[in-house]
Design a protein around this ligand. Structure first.
Ligand code: ZN
Length: 303
């Protein structure tokens, strides 16, 4: 099934596609194995900085993963320019995000239109973003939270012809998501859905930052004392009761691997075989992805 069809099916059947970032072979292997075990479709994302880190390996690693489990899709996360989106389209990505959310509305419309015109000719989907999602992750940085304006969202989708839209309703990037009450603006989400019926919506900054994973990091020499994420029940509501069809996760994959690598190296001070600690990290990522498939994305057996 094509990614576009998955989005429509996800709206009808109230599940979501996970969009999980990878930055090396082990993280992609873990995601693919988790999907294979649960028969879950999945989007695997790379940020611009992950593209720089992996270079040409991105598409070859992805091809290897797709050979093992065909129901995965390659996505560019937070493309900041037309040029990077063009490169991703030409590299054979299934979908690209053009993030013009920090630009004035009209400029965001123009750059997103331009990416859509180019990508759609090659049958590549485009995700846009309206509103600003707080936090820091890779090169994406925003001090402010600006919720998505529902009326503007409709205008944006009509003018640009994007295939999906990332909305700002209170999630944030990174490992420190909340300092106060943990909530999401479901009222705004409902208003957006009233303006854009059955339109695929995307949540960024949606890692749960599980305390057990943070504890593991801190126990073995790390210092992420106040890290916290989006509670699972809020994400479940976004998927089960709303049109959120893509949920982005990067931080949880990073903390899963970091905690396990720290533990293995700490407990085995003579170990110097990278397969031992990266292999354990890979196993931990796989467990985290399976948990998300079952409890947040509800995407098992949806291939
Ligand atoms: Zn994001």
């Amino acid at each position: 099934m094509e990614l576009k069809n998955y989005f429509q099916r996800a709206i009808k059947e109230h599940f979501a596609l996970g969009a999980i970032n990878f930055c090396n072979m082990e993280s992609l292997q873990a995601i693919v194995e988790a999907c294979k075990e649960t028969n879950s479709p999945m989007i695997v994302s790379v940020s611009e900085s992950a593209m720089k880190y992996m270079g040409e390996y991105v598409t070859y690693l992805f091809k290897a993963g797709k050979k093992i489990f065909p129901h995965i899709f390659l996505h560019l996360d937070h493309g900041k320019s037309f040029e990077i989106c063009k490169i991703a389209v030409e590299m054979g990505f299934d979908s690209v995000m053009i993030d013009g959310s920090s630009l004035p509305f009209e400029e965001n419309v123009l750059i997103t239109q331009k990416v859509c015109e180019f990508a759609h000719r090659k049958n590549v989907l485009v995700e846009g973003e309206l509103g600003q999602i707080k936090g820091i992750e890779d090169d994406v940085r925003s001090e402010n939270q600006h919720y998505t304006n529902p009326i503007k969202a409709k205008e944006f989708v009509e003018k640009t012809k994007v295939d999906s839209l990332a909305v700002a309703i209170g999630t944030s990037h990174g490992a420190y998501k909340y300092s106060g009450e943990k909530s999401l603006r479901f009222d705004i989400l409902s208003e957006i859905e009233a303006e854009l019926p059955s339109f695929p919506l995307v949540l960024h900054g949606a890692s749960t930052v599980d305390q057990s994973l943070i504890d593991l990091i801190n126990k073995y020499g790390g210092n992420l004392q106040t890290a916290n994420g989006i509670p699972k029940n809020l994400l479940e509501k976004a998927v089960k009761e709303h049109n959120i069809v893509k949920i982005n996760t990067d931080t949880d994959i990073r903390i899963a691997m970091t905690g396990k690598v720290r533990q293995v190296l700490y407990e085995n001070s003579k170990e110097f075989d990278p397969r031992k600690y990266l292999g354990s990290g890979r196993e931990q990522i796989k467990n985290v992805v399976i948990d998300k498939i079952n409890n947040i994305f509800f995407s098992s057996n949806k291939i």
